[in-house]
Design a protein around this ligand. Structure first.
Ligand code: SAM
Length: 255
């Protein structure tokens, strides 16, 4: 890295082995690493001992972390001071990671940056649960969507009606708190109540837990199992393939 530059780097979904070679290289060159909450500790072993690691972890469930504007300001400040700055983000920086906003802040300030894509939880978490997001003969399309807002919330720009009748596979991130509303919304808009559906907690890690059910019953079974964030939800016929393709994880019994 050149001094006075930034890299927006994806750390992958949890398993430290899913870090890219480029990410490991840049972590080894950085003077400052601004790190998200969902990044595993083992990944930080790539950082030089003399580098500064700053936890800027944002979490919607504690509300104690810095705001995005403060993170952007820190990023710019370190780069302007001539440091080599890695902004390390969970999964891929441009998949619901607000990486685009950080890149825009750097671009607007005329500061040099690069982007290192990471393996996104949207693809990798289902894969570690034995669920391919597409499969020939099952479905040819997949949509990754945020479950952050209720389907009936006027502020939601997600077209739930189109999603209910559209893409074969839905991968819903950040939706664990709104599962009852999300499932009911999809069913109301036309997705069959018996569509296979799964929730994966702490996917790709040794704490991975999976609940498999149907769209109609998923929320109840996830609540009974006590799954907590981070959780990825998959809806669609591909979920059935887990029976055959399950290969990883100390899962709790499936419903
Ligand atoms: C703010 S989004 C960031 C996504 C990230 N940029 C990516 O590409 O994976 C965070 C959401 O990703 C999902 N997620 C991230 N890591 C996960 C994991 N190890 N297991 C399950 N879901 C995960 C959860 O839905 C979580 O609420």
């Amino acid at each position: 890295m050149i001094p006075g530059s930034a890299a927006l780097v994806g750390a992958g979904p949890g398993d430290p082995g899913l870090l890219t070679l480029r990410a490991a290289q840049l972590l080894g060159e950085a003077d400052v690493v601004l790190v998200d909450r969902l990044v595993s500790k083992e990944i930080l072993e790539h950082v030089r001992p003399e580098a500064t690691v700053v936890d800027v972890g944002k979490t919607s469930w504690t509300g104690t972390a810095p705001r995005q504007e403060e993170i952007n300001a820190q990023l710019l400040e370190h780069v302007r001071a001539g440091r080599r700055v890695v902004r390390l983000k969970g999964g891929d920086p441009f998949v619901f990671g607000r990486g685009s906003e950080e890149a825009q802040a750097l671009a607007a300030a005329g500061l040099p940056f690069e982007v290192v894509p990471g393996i996104s939880s949207a693809i990798a978490v289902p894969a570690y649960a034995g669920i391919p997001v597409t499969a020939r003969g099952v479905t040819q399309d997949v949509c990754v969507v945020t479950g952050h807002l209720d389907p009936d919330d006027p502020a939601s720009r997600v077209r739930w009606q189109a999603l209910a009748t559209g893409p074969g596979t839905l991968v819903i991130l950040m939706g664990q708190d709104r599962l009852p509303m999300l499932a009911a919304g999809l069913i109301r808009h036309g997705r069959a109540a018996d569509t296979p559906a799964a929730c994966i907690e702490q996917g790709t890690t040794t704490q991975q837990r999976v609940v498999v059910s149907t769209l109609e019953h998923l929320a109840r079974e996830v609540a009974a199992a006590g799954l907590r964030a981070p959780v990825t939800t998959v809806v669609g016929d591909v979920v059935r393939l887990r029976e055959e393709l399950r290969w990883f994880g100390p899962d709790l019994e499936d419903a």
